[in-house]
Each structure stands twice: as structure tokens, then as C-alpha cells.
Ligand binder design. Structure first.
Ligand code: PGA
Length: 260
């Protein structure tokens, strides 16, 4: 992957409700993505659709512009009722996993300790973790929250491992389904990305140019270019708009054009 290729991650969450709908959304997404090779498109469907979509994707000879991701993963196979291990999803061609999404942190009570364990397991299995961090309310003191989340979530990882983690700044108040949500401003996002890079430099001696930091929160066809035209914003995590095939295709086209 060229270092300048933007990464656009479709986070479908618990959508859509049938396999047929999932297949048609995925086929439309892949069809669009193959037209825009300057973008690395990652689709994270619910687990139940993964095998079918993975088989179909493999049948699309030579397609490398779309990768599969998952929205969560547990540490290992074994006595963990209801869970899925990194090896299981890797066997289906999964290359990315979302870790620490605010839906899981705040609606499902996932702790930083669990996030840390999941990150380590994903890295060990050779799956790229996408670590989502960000404050809950716009008024929250962001810097302290980022410092605290990253210290706990990345605890025990060495610099080489941390460099493999994609960090996404996703303020919870900006997620389209949050109450009174609104997209962040690119200026505010750039500031947060600066803080994240500083934390990674201070604790793991990583340099800004080694790091790809993404943004998430109400990215749509109207604002995508405002964010993604900045070289410091390496990509986006997109929820709501990734479920609308025409809008998502338009976002990929716009981001592809930014890269030219
Ligand atoms: P949104 O979701 O694009 O609908 O705001 C982003 C996310 O929750 O990852």
C-alpha cells in the first residue's frame, strides 16, 4: 500500500438485517471501490455475513482495492461462549479489526483492559487493529482523555507493535447516531491528531511521518473532502453513510480525486 493511499473504513455496525441486503450493499461497494484504486476501502460487516462476502470477494479475481474487516474480535479460541477468535476471521481473509469503538466502550461496557487484550491478540494474529479513541462530550477535556485511553489501550506494546496500530480519532458526540450529533471540524480534528501523534512520540518515540491517524464521526459526501484533503488525516471510519451505496460510492470518488 502506498503511504499516501487514504483508508476508508465502512463500519456497518449491526446492519443490514438480511444476507440478501448485505450482499447487494457489498457488491455495490466493491464495484465502486474498484473504480477508485487510490483509496484503500475496508468493509466491516457483521460476523454472520462474513463468510458469504469473503467467498464472493475472493471470486472477484485480482481485486485488491477492498479489504475485509470485522467490528470486534476476542482474544483466542476456547471456552469463551459467544466469542470469535482472530484465527477464525483471519481464515476468512480479514485484515482489519475495529477495537475500542464507543458503541462497545459505552453501550456494552467494554473496558480499556479488554481493549488492550484484543489489540494484542489481533497483532499477534497479523490483523491490523483500528483503535478508536475520543472524548464522549464536546465539552470534555480531550487531551487528558486521549492520553488516558491510549496509555491503557496500548499498554505493554512496544514501538514496533504500536506502529502497526491504526489510531482513529472518533469523538463520540460527532457520531451520527449520538444525540445532537454534528461532524467535528477539520481544524479540531487536526488538533486532536496532533495530540495523538505527540502521545505516540512521547511514549513510543514514533515519528509523525510513521503514523496514519484516521477520523470518524458523521463523515458524509458533503464533508468528506474537507477532512480527507488534509494529508494529516489518513482516512475515515464511516458508519451511516456506508449503508447508502450511492453516497458511499460518491465519497470514494471524491477521496480518490483528492489523491490524484
Ligand atoms: P457515523 O459512524 O459515520 O454514522 O457517524 C461512525 C462510527 O460510529 O464509526
Amino acid at each position: 500500500m502506498s503511504p499516501t493511499k487514504k483508508i476508508i473504513i465502512a463500519n456497518w455496525k449491526a446492519n443490514p438485517t438480511s444476507l440478501d441486503q448485505a450482499k447487494s450493499l457489498f457488491e455495490a461497494t466493491v464495484k465502486a471501490a474498484t473504480q477508485y484504486p487510490s483509496v484503500q476501502t475496508v468493509v466491516c460487516p457483521p460476523f454472520v455475513y462474513l463468510e458469504e462476502l469473503s467467498t464472493w470477494l475472493k471470486s472477484q479475481a485480482g481485486d485488491k482495492t477492498v479489504s475485509l474487516g470485522v467490528q470486534d474480535v476476542w482474544e483466542a479460541a476456547g471456552p469463551f461462549t459467544g466469542e470469535i477468535s482472530p484465527e477464525m476471521v483471519r481464515g476468512l481473509g480479514v485484515q482489519y479489526v475495529l477495537v475500542g469503538h464507543s458503541d462497545r466502550r459505552y453501550k456494552l461496557g467494554e473496558s480499556d483492559e479488554l481493549i488492550n487484550r484484543k489489540l494484542k491478540a489481533a497483532l499477534q494474529a497479523g490483523i491490523t487493529p483500528v483503535l478508536l479513541v475520543g472524548e464522549k462530550e464536546a465539552e470534555d477535556y480531550r487531551q487528558d482523555i486521549l492520553i488516558d485511553q491510549m496509555a491503557r489501550d496500548l499498554e505493554g506494546l512496544n514501538a514496533e507493535e504500536v506502529a502497526k496500530v491504526l489510531v482513529a480519532y472518533e469523538p463520540v458526540w460527532a457520531i451520527s447516531t449520538s444525540a445532537n450529533s454534528r461532524p467535528d471540524t477539520p481544524e479540531n480534528t487536526l488538533e486532536a491528531i496532533g495530540m495523538i501523534k505527540e502521545i505516540l512520540h512521547k511514549n513510543w518515540q514514533l515519528n509523525a511521518d510513521q503514523l496514519q491517524i484516521l477520523y470518524g464521526g458523521s463523515v458524509n459526501e458533503t464533508n468528506a473532502v474537507n477532512f480527507l484533503s488534509h494529508p494529516e488525516i489518513a482516512g475515515a471510519v464511516i458508519g451511516g453513510a456506508s449503508l447508502k451505496p450511492e453516497e458511499f460510492a460518491h465519497i470514494l470518488q471524491l477521496v480518490n480525486n483528492v489523491q490524484k
